[in-house]
Write a protein of this length. Structure first.
Length: 367
């Protein structure tokens, strides 16, 4: 069995190779020829170990690990979601506190209690200081399309009501012909001033001109059964308004991940900025990132320094909103006046479900 160090070292080396196949040879060549002063890959890995010792201890504690695999993008100085495999088991480690999974499970339980739905939930195995282990689930083939579509419609209604963002096809699995949310960091998305109002398209659950890879298309889901699921969810929540409002209010201070630019765009900048041309000229790399990221909206001007810092550390930029404040990956507050909590708006919609349902269906009919 490999040692903890060799397993983790190989993991990070594979990530760097995936990011840009030229980066490791370039670093070795540039350092050996003293073109610029860089750390060897061993020192880079050693630095990662020291920075993430607590996360690594959490992963390897009480487990004889055979393999770790990356399931998502690197954030916050090399942290990412991992699939951990032992000889007898598999589990998922996430370097975030996934309280919002508990929140959405509580809300979906209201639907299950009606006897109309039977949503499946992720099980949280353990939590420690912002790190979470959850059970591993296998993405099954969708056998009963009508059942899946019906539940999917209920998800559309629920996640739009909760102002969810980024529930793309990679974040929803199928178990027993029921959609299962496996990643949930962006509920209660705040209002962004001077941008288009929030609507169902932000969930990524339905096809749009910018999202042609939704599960509706991939699985050829039934629009009829989706609509029936929307109506069924509406009828359940209509009779559970107080309980629903209490759950939402009690979770109003949770961390909400902010997604200002598409991950695939950040990833393309990450690949381009690690080209050897930029590795030997830091100023040229910074100018490239600055020109690529700077936009007209005040959001762009407020976050660009944090974006560049993250990308320069080989991370996808990470931001979160909490208590009406915006923070970057280093938990430093970013001064801004363009974000407002959406909790009051959500509560208003809960107590005006007729109008909310009407607006939702009207918007879906235009897509």
């Amino acid at each position: 069995m490999e040692t903890t160090i060799s397993i983790t070292t190989n993991f990070y080396i594979n990530y760097l190779n995936t990011l840009n196949k030229d980066i490791l040879p370039a670093l070795t060549y540039l350092e050996s020829n003293r073109v610029f002063s860089s750390e060897t890959i061993e020192k880079v890995i050693d630095r990662i170990f020291k920075k993430h010792k607590e996360y690594l201890d959490f992963i390897f504690n009480d487990h004889k690990v055979d393999k770790i695999s990356r399931l998502g993008d690197m954030h916050r100085k090399g942290r990412c979601t991992l699939l951990v495999e032992t000889k007898t088991d598999k589990f998922i480690c996430k370097p975030v506190d996934i309280d919002l999974i508990v929140t959405i499970n509580s809300i979906l339980s209201l639907l299950n209690n009606s006897g109309i739905f039977d949503f499946v939930f992720l099980n949280i195995l353990s939590k420690h200081n912002g790190y979470t282990k959850i059970n591993y689930i296998q993405n099954d083939q969708c056998i009963n399309s009508a059942k899946f579509s019906h539940h999917y419609g209920a998800l559309i209604f629920t996640l739009t009501l909760l102002r969810g963002v980024d529930f793309n096809s990679e974040n929803i699995f199928c178990i027993s012909s029921v959609p299962v949310i496996i990643d949930c960091e962006s509920l209660f998305y705040p209002t962004i001033l001077n941008t288009k109002p929030y609507d169902v398209t932000a969930t990524s659950l339905i096809p749009t001109t910018l999202n042609s890879n939704s599960l509706i298309q991939k699985l050829k889901l039934s629009r009829y059964h989706i609509n029936q699921g929307i109506i069924a969810a509406y009828n359940v929540f209509k009779n559970q308004k107080i309980k629903l409002a209490n759950i939402i209010t009690n979770n109003s201070e949770k961390k909400i991940r902010m997604i200002f630019k598409p991950t695939h765009y950040y990833y393309s900048l990450l690949k381009n900025s690690t080209h050897p041309t930029f590795l030997i000229n830091k100023k040229k790399q910074q100018n490239y990132l600055n020109d690529s990221l700077l936009g007209q909206h005040e959001i762009s001007k407020a976050i660009i320094h944090s974006e560049i810092a993250d990308l320069s550390s080989l991370d996808i930029p990470y931001f979160y909103f909490q208590n009406n404040k915006l923070f970057n990956a280093d938990d430093r507050e970013i001064k801004q006046n363009f974000l407002q909590s959406s909790i009051d708006t959500i509560i208003h919609d809960v107590f005006n479900l007729d109008q909310f349902k009407s607006n939702l269906i009207k918007k879906m009919d235009t897509q």
